[in-house]
Design a protein around this ligand. Structure first.
Ligand code: PRP
Length: 208
């Protein structure tokens, strides 16, 4: 049996992805759950996990150092990578939305939009016929309207708590997001049987 390398996101997607693989019958090492190790072996399964930042998962898969990866659709929409999307895992459900201070309208002069998703945000405003200036940030996006950096943000909404606690309101829902199983195209060809088995075991869990 050939070894499979799977890039897993650290952070909030991790727990749900770990749970899904365990439910699909994979014997996962406990240390994957609670250590700071970045590479973890599951020798019984001949699987090696790489623990990466969510945005970096498709990079490892595109370059073929990981055969498979678990990536949010947000990340896949933002950067066009040469990877196959094999399965919607239905986990880590959330959406991308625009938000801002209550009762504010977009300026006639070019409004500013702060986001971690410049591609998604520019496509969205272009499709609305709005010309905006995109300001790219790496996190704590909700700060931008509060301190006058931007009139709108485009960001992930999960529970809506972050918006609420910072006195912001949602304006437009842009796209629904879930996590996807992705594959390197060459790995998929070379390790098709193993990968298809994993896909069918996961699909069974997802549809239950
Ligand atoms: C994400 C997102 C929002 C928040 C939404 O941030 O950017 O800030 O979660 O979740 P909620 O609707 O449940 O409040 P994350 O925690 O990933 O950190 P970041 O600010 O560093 O992007």
């Amino acid at each position: 049996m050939e070894e499979l390398t799977i890039a897993m996101p650290k952070g909030r997607i991790f727990e749900e992805a770990y749970e899904l693989l365990a439910q699909a019958g994979y014997q996962l090492p406990k240390e994957l759950d609670d250590s700071r190790k970045l590479i973890v072996e599951a020798p019984d399964e001949r699987i090696r996990f790489i623990l990466a930042k969510p945005m970096d998962v498709p990079v490892y898969v595109e370059h073929g150092v990981a055969d498979l990866g678990i990536a949010g659709k947000d990340v896949l929409l933002e950067h066009d990578r040469s990877v196959h999307e094999l399965l919607d895992l239905g986990i880590s459900r959330c959406y991308i939305a625009s938000a801002g201070l209550p009762g504010t309208k977009l300026d006639d002069v070019t409004p500013r939009v702060a986001t971690k998703y410049p591609t998604v945000a520019s496509h969205f405003y272009r499709s609305q016929g709005e010309q905006v200036e995109i300001i790219e940030l790496n996190g704590s996006i909700e700060l931008a309207p509060m301190i006058g950096l931007a009139e709108r943000i485009v960001d992930i909404v999960s529970t809506g708590k972050t918006l609420q606690e910072n006195g912001l309101v949602e304006y437009e829902k842009i796209v629904d997001i879930t996590s996807r199983l992705i594959a390197n195209p060459v790995s998929y060809r070379l390790k098709q049987d193993r990968i298809n088995l994993l896909v069918s075991r996961l699909r069974k869990q997802v549809s239950e």
